[in-house]
Design a binder for this molecule. Structure first.
Ligand code: SAM
Length: 389
């Protein structure tokens, strides 16, 4: 029977997945090595695996196949063979709202507790609505793109020509459903950047002024620098990261965006960089810190079961050390923009509290940017102003 064929494939991939790579990258290489799988086999395997991981640690005592059927029912508005076979009583409910579906599951499985989906709720940043956050794990996030206002119509027309439904979030932000093959639809890469909605919204914290000198000190491939540059093209910019490979990607993205005026350095901010930076003082520092990424796990639900909670304190230490090492290069009266894509208090408000206690900084504002209400990631941003020592 076809359902057994689908299940065998699902179980085989699940058994082979060792969590060393993100699931989507693992699946790309798995499908490459298993060319006998047709496109329908691949589509069903991916759907089942993602649905399965979205259940996190909930109902972990149930048999695998039953958990898969529950997860697939909660995550999708369309039926699958697994739902029809193992949850026949819920087939007619497949198009219901998530809240109704969750109630059905609770009625049948008395032990179902949504708090076990993301088993770290005690450590969340204070302003997070726990119920909405937990429910968001059953909904696949959208794909967000940033476009120049002048290109908006052109990009919308290209998407419309391919019958891609588009949400216009603002004159510079569009969303499409995840999995949309944008590179095949919009061949001119100048026209858009892929960037999550919450990441785009961090730019409200930057406030750069003309001719200022800014440092994006954990720049990676330059997502935040590109935002900064869009806000104020007439700035001087230093970009740095510990990973040279990321800065090579950044150079290509800057080239496509026509950004030529910047300096680039490979810097490990856990070290003393006075020899390289002694002449530098900045009008603004972007610190998009290395973090657990817990605000993005809606896209990588495999993290729900593989994350080791001890890593939170590792990142907290890293963040405090890196922030402490960059503040001295900031001019008095100027902002440090501290950001993470984490939902953990220890990486957000606690780091801000530590910085306020130990350095001459004043908090102007901070916010947990709640992507979970918008099919987006969640991010944290704080704007801290350097005081005179
Ligand atoms: C969240 S990512 C930055 C994302 C980037 N700002 C963007 O918008 O695309 C954090 C970056 O911090 C860098 N990083 C980690 N440890 C570092 C260190 N000790 N010194 C400098 N950069 C570091 C990582 O290589 C990574 O690129």
């Amino acid at each position: 029977m076809k359902v057994h064929h689908q299940l065998r494939t699902f179980e085989k991939i699940l058994a082979e997945y060792d969590h060393k790579l993100p699931l989507h990258r693992f699946l790309i290489s798995y499908y490459k090595q298993n060319k006998q799988m047709g496109s329908s086999d691949r589509r069903w395997a991916s759907r089942y695996l993602y649905s399965y991981f979205r259940l996190g640690n909930a109902l972990s005592d149930l048999p695998l196949v039953e958990r898969l059927a529950i997860a697939d029912f909660l995550c999708n508005p369309t039926l699958s063979l697994v739902i029809s076979e193992y949850l026949p009583s819920l087939v007619s409910e497949i198009e219901q709202f998530l809240e109704v579906k969750l109630n059905h599951i609770k009625e049948i499985y008395k032990d179902f507790n949504i708090e076990q989906v993301f088993p770290f709720t005690e450590t969340l940043s204070a302003t997070i609505d726990k119920t909405a956050f937990l429910r968001s794990f059953f909904i696949q996030p959208d794909l967000f793109i940033r476009v120049k206002e002048a290109h908006l119509l052109l990009v919308k027309n290209m998407l419309a020509d391919h019958d891609v439904p588009v949400n216009e979030i603002s004159p510079v932000t569009l969303s499409v459903s995840n999995g949309t093959k944008l590179d095949q639809i919009i061949s001119d890469q100048h026209l858009y950047h892929i960037q999550d909605l919450s990441s785009q919204q961090t730019s409200a914290f930057f406030e750069p002024h003309v001719y200022e000198y800014w440092w994006d000190c954990c720049a990676a491939s330059g997502g935040k620098s590109l935002l900064l540059h869009d806000l104020q093209p007439d700035i001087n910019l230093l970009v740095s990261d510990v990973r040279e490979s990321s800065l090579i990607n950044l150079e290509e993205r800057f080239r496509l965006a026509g950004i030529k005026k910047y300096q680039k350095k490979v810097l490990d901010l856990l070290q003393n960089n006075d020899q390289v930076l002694h002449d530098f003082s900045f009008d603004g520092i972007l610190l998009d810190a290395p973090c657990t990424g817990s605000g993005t796990w809606g896209r990588t639900p495999e993290m729900l079961t593989s994350f080791n909670a001890q890593k939170v304190s590792y990142f907290n230490n890293l963040q405090k050390t890196i922030a402490g090492n960059v503040i001295k290069y900031l001019k008095p009266g100027k902002p440090l923009i501290y950001m993470t894509c984490s939902v953990f208090k220890a990486e957000n408000e606690d780091v801000v509290a530590y910085l306020l206690e130990n350095y001459p900084l004043k908090l102007e504002k901070m916010e947990l940017i709640k992507g979970y209400n918008h099919k987006a990631d969640s991010m944290f941003a704080a704007r801290l102003i350097r005081q005179t020592d």
